[in-house]
Design a protein around this ligand. Structure first.
Ligand SMILES: C[S@@+](CC[C@H](N)C(=O)[O-])C[C@H]1O[C@@H](n2cnc3c(N)ncnc32)[C@H](O)[C@@H]1O
Length: 323
């Protein structure tokens, strides 16, 4: 098992997971092919439904077996397949949440057009599960900067950074520009995985992704100082991930506090870190002003120092968090 840590492995995920001892991985995350005839390099995304589901049951049971009793299992898919996955998982793990990732696509002229993906979140054992509350920034109007929600007389007691994250995630978009995309049909955004890792792992924990694609989970783990085991059946995707990882370092932090950034903005923090983080922000004295005044980073720039390089995130004063 030690020999697999921080390796991106070319192979079949079931065969590789069978080599891993039970109860040894902190978090398993899977984003399998959705059986939607997507054009992958090697894998044919067109299985007979029964084959797709019985294959799904096999790799899901392996994921649960290798996850530690304190660990979590996350499965990303379209709701249609997740309805079957819950049946498999309820037998062997404890349901925590069905996260709706509201990642809108262009309107296609169909009523009830699917516009969310599901992320199932199961604990291997609910009593022992490692979990951290997380926060995202308040949602604001793109034009006027006011809070989108009307909190009425409760503004004074709002959290300065933003609310606890609910089970609907609408602040994280799919990768929208080809220049940010690898040659892979279904690449996830890194800050989606960073959010999952911030709420379920600590620095140094081990995450396994059996369907690594071009390495989103590995990049998130590397930036957050976590370890990873990644598997993909496609040799080219494995190479792309390995090449990307060379340029990554554990730098997604402010001083020694892990946070998730996207385009220079902090998009997820761990709630228990706020006391230490708040010294980096200018918070309005009258909290009612939070309605129209986004909290700013003091000095406008946050610098994080990592072992091998210094990275500066430009957090512009007064920027609006527009989603
Ligand atoms: C939906 S994609 C994962 C994308 C990934 N989350 C990312 O952000 O890049 C599914 C991946 O599963 C891989 N795959 C399909 N069958 C596999 C198997 N039996 N073992 C390992 N990987 C497999 C495909 O090559 C594809 O890259």
């Amino acid at each position: 098992m030690e020999s697999l840590i921080n390796k991106i492995i070319h192979g079949d995920c079931i065969e590789i997971m069978q080599q891993i001892p039970s109860d040894s991985i902190d978090v398993t995350f899977a984003d399998p092919p959705f059986n939607l005839k997507k054009k992958y390099g090697t894998y044919k995304d067109e299985k007979d439904i029964n084959d797709y589901l019985s294959w799904g049951k096999q790799w899901i049971l392996e994921m649960v077996r290798i996850t530690k009793p304190s660990g979590s299992i996350f499965l990303h898919n379209i709701p249609k397949w997740l309805t079957y996955y819950t049946g498999f998982l309820n037998e062997v793990a404890d349901f925590r949440q069905w996260i709706a990732w509201d990642a809108p696509t262009a309107p296609m002229g169909k009523t009830l057009q699917p516009s969310h993906y599901g992320i199932l979140f199961y604990a291997k054992n609910q009593q022992k599960n490692k979990f951290y509350e997380i926060r995202s920034p308040h949602k604001r109007c793109r034009k006027c900067g006011y809070l989108l929600k009307d909190y009425g007389g409760k503004k004074k007691i709002l959290h300065p950074f933003g609310p606890l994250v609910s089970d609907i995630w609408s602040d994280i978009h799919r990768i929208r520009h080809n220049k940010h995309r690898d040659p892979h049909p279904c690449q996830l955004p890194v800050h989606l995985l960073e959010r999952i890792l911030l709420m379920s792992t600590d620095e140094g924990d081990v995450i396994l992704d059996p369907f690594m694609g071009t390495g989103t989970t590995a990049v998130a783990a590397a930036r957050l100082g976590r370890n990873v085991i990644g598997i993909d059946i496609d040799p080219e995707y494995v190479q792309i991930t390995q090449r990307k990882l060379v340029h990554e370092s554990p730098n997604s932090k402010i001083e020694d506090i892990w946070v998730s950034f996207y385009l220079g903005e902090i998009v997820t923090i761990v709630d228990k870190d706020w006391e230490a983080l708040k010294e980096f922000f200018v918070i309005p004295e009258d909290m009612r002003h939070i309605d129209f005044e986004k909290i700013r980073t003091n000095g406008g720039v946050i610098t994080t120092v990592t072992q091998d390089r210094q990275l500066t995130f430009n957090l512009k004063e007064g920027d609006c968090n527009c989603y």
